[in-house]
Design a protein around this ligand. Sequence first.
Ligand code: GLN
Length: 546
Amino acid sequence: MAITKYIFVTGGVSSSLGKGILSASLAKLLQARGYSVTIQKFDPYLNVDPGTMNPYEHGECYVTDDGAETDLDLGHYERFLNIPTSQANNVTTGQVYRTVIEKERRGDYLGKTVQVIPHITDEIRNRFQRLGKGNNYEIIITEIGGTVGDIESLPYIESLRQMRYEKGPSNCLVVHLTYIPFLKGAGELKTKPTQHSVKTLLETGVQPDILVCRTEHPISKDMRKKLALFCNVKANSVMEAIDVSTIYEVPIAMQAEELDKVVLSKLKLPLKHEPDMSKWEDFLYKLKHYSTTITIGLVGKYTELPDAYKSINESFIHAGTRNDCKVEVRYISSESITKQNIAEKMEGLSGVLVAPGFGERGIEGKIEAIQYVRENKIPFFGICLGMQCAVIEFARHVLKLNGAHSTEIDAKTPHPVIALMEDQKTQNSKGGTMRLGAYPCQLKKNSLAYKIYGQNVIMERHRHRYEFNNDYKDAFENAGMIPSGINPVSKLVEVVEIEDHPFFIGTQYHPELKSTVDNPQPIFVKFVEAAVSYSKQHNLIELVEA
Ligand code: GLN
């Protein structure tokens, strides 16, 4: 078996340059050349995982099949590569320290002083290579979170230095993503910040092999030469990453810069064939050429930060390309919704998605929105808390169960239609204690869910504590809200839908976590399809000039 080669992606000058997208794009190109490749992210914070962080801190928490709560970049990896990631694809400083401290308590280092070097760096190096063991990956790309020079990323850079020294540059490559600012006053692009960030890397003993330069304007040949000279890299290894209109264009832009070719030649690997990007290009074409635009309302409480709903937004992009349309998402803060303004808030929408979430804030607004779309027969899709709110709304207004609620919000409700599972009742700690990861779900024949998936049993990912209360199941079914997806083992209700409605579905799981460019998630595809029909019937459609 060939040895696994490693590529590290570091960032300089500024955060938010898109290391995740760059890593995913490079991985895509290598995959399209026939390599088996995966990506992992190392985050320098002390939380064990982002599961306990507020979305405003960290954006969406992405959940893997094996139930890890991870960084949202893993979502990009899956959407680009169309292969699942796992717990091992996201490592945090918190996890590294926890392992080392547990070993220390067990006595594994008995007699020794436990230190950042070598104990923490040894643990990091182990984890750099963990995915290489037994998985047959030819190439592993590791994205190091943060920016070089940050105190907290130092142990990662040091581990990288050691690994590169041990394995040699042809087995362990460093791609440095940096930023070339344009100074308006001077009318010029400036390379100095990049020179400094490479110097910072050099101070820690790491020479980058390739520079990828984020820029708003094209970089001249002379500038590439200058950067090459000052940063000790070959001129063909200075790549331009000019701003593009969508993240899905980045693989194509990096292919034009020959990033994949340069990487493979440095790793002394054969080019095999040209990357087969035909499916990707087809997707990109559809993304840019559509005949209609529809607006879907996203009702949630983190509406000021679109990153909180990253996977939902991307799923709409994927689903739009399958329906020859562009989906504009209108964010509606659930807290701002009242009975008086609901009609106005919903005006012009062809569908409404009620988002996942935790806690009381904005709940009544979500319920108000659901009552409106149910009664007005506007396509509806509720995810997790959104599904739970649909159940509460139906209980209150159709079953006439006054005060029906979820015990998450009202512990004393007379009708706990959403309630805590038995095994959650004794749970005191917060991190990693929800129902997490992929569970099977059996779909009812002839239901909307069954028609959407075209399958009996599906696997979808969960992240929640509360559940549909099965004591009320018959009452709901008799009144027209059908539990159409059931966990075959625990008998928990995973999907509800309303028969007498053009499109009304709620899922306890998070379908948005499994939508990829190659395989758009089917509920999103059908929801958008229903929204397009609704908009045609109600003259909401905006036709795009040919
Ligand atoms: N707060 C709800 C629960 O814990 C829903 C969670 C979610 O929407 N992800 O069950």
